[in-house]
Design a protein around this ligand. Sequence first.
Ligand SMILES: Nc1nc2c(ncn2[C@@H]2O[C@H](COP(=O)(O)OP(=O)(O)OP(=O)(O)O)[C@@H](O)[C@H]2O)c(=O)[nH]1
Ligand SMILES: [K+]
Ligand SMILES: [Mg+2]
Length: 444
Amino acid sequence: MHDRDTIAAIATAAGAGGVGIVRLSGPQAAAIARTLCGRLLRPRHAHHVRFADADGSTIDDGIALYFAAPASYTGEDVVELQAHGSPAVLQWLLARCVALGARHARPGEFSERAFLEGRLDLAQAEAVADLIAASDLRAARAARRALDGEFSTRVDALADALLNVRIHVEATIDFSDEPIDTLGGAQLRAGLDALAGDLHALQGAAERGRRLRDGLHAVIVGPPNAGKSSLLNALAGSDRAIVTDVAGTTRDLLHETVRIGGVELKLVDTAGLREGGDAIEREGMRRARAELERADLAIVVLDARAPAAGKAAVDAAVACVPQRLWVHNKADLLGAAPTGAEPDTVFVSALTGNGLQTLHARFTALAGAADADEGAFTARARHVDALRRAAEALADARAQLDHELLDLCAESLRQAHEALGEITGRVRADDLLGYIFSSFCIGK
Ligand SMILES: Nc1nc2c(ncn2[C@@H]2O[C@H](COP(=O)(O)OP(=O)(O)OP(=O)(O)O)[C@@H](O)[C@H]2O)c(=O)[nH]1
Ligand SMILES: [K+]
Ligand SMILES: [Mg+2]
């Protein structure tokens, strides 16, 4: 499966710190540490030692910890060398480990080994990277829950239930002439329906988890001059986009990431949508529409004084976006109370900042971050995609069962099972592994 090299890396963040750690994993870890520290290390015991170079000179003094296989992070022999957190010292220590037979670890290789040794499943290993990268407490909590297996447990439960249905369908096919005890059609249908319901719930939770991790891709659209760029600037708190009273000011897409109420919003300002326009403006509108196809959320900005103006073109463009938020801007110019707005419309003034708090609350709710403290876990686009494929295959299986196409039904169930297995890596493709672990940092 994997080579049995001993790997080494600096496990602490780059830069100077009080303490820095070099970590070793693999069959030679204990022997390398013995030479380096001048003594045999007892497992799970803190030793204060001098780390010695080849000529006997002292690299540094510090703490050495030995975790004997299999009770370690990777499941292999692991040694952690804690020295002063000087980049020069840590590089020296690492070079000495390499001279003694270790090789430099690739990014994520410690977690990859933990996965290969069965210490973590794939979704948990990914949660390690998400926990390290978490930029706020909510995301960290959610990653921690995924690492504790809250997501994996639900995937495994579904996979087990699915396996049970598969067994009955396959047995019905293989032993149709023999009087064995298989579930009848009605029970199978009920089983599949229950599975589909659970899968649907998990899809919702995973999608919220993905947004917690990746943020919300929110595209600001609307007719020209509605104040889209002004709103982007107000949300970003800086003069990021050019604002003028000329309709058609914005042409290119403009990206700006902001954090609002624990949610990362990847905002994109776009060219105003309207009929006509010159070649540059038309290209801008084409880009706006293309961006909408990838969006999680369309923030539709309309002029509060004439919200119907140009709305039809915008409505058509945002139809493909899963979530839409209507914002009536320039509310400061409204004389009377507004009428005829879409339900849930937020009235704001990008100019005065009025209504922005309401908008912030709406973003938080849309991102599902409000529930983040109640059992939410982080998930990735890869997981959401696998769940979607599992749901599609399950729906196929259900239809095939109705038509008594048992062979096809069995094949669809197998596909659904495989898609679920991809999430935890219990059914895995090796290229998938390389892809996932390459996004890790070195030393994890
Ligand atoms: N009174 C008032 N004026 C605003 C408000 N928001 C924007 N404006 C003005 O409206 C005009 C257009 O604003 P922009 O932000 O450029 O509008 P846009 O939708 O990005 O326009 P295009 O990029 O041309 O499609 C500018 O003169 C802004 O100063 C607001 O809330 N109140
Ligand atoms: K403008
Ligand atoms: Mg603009």
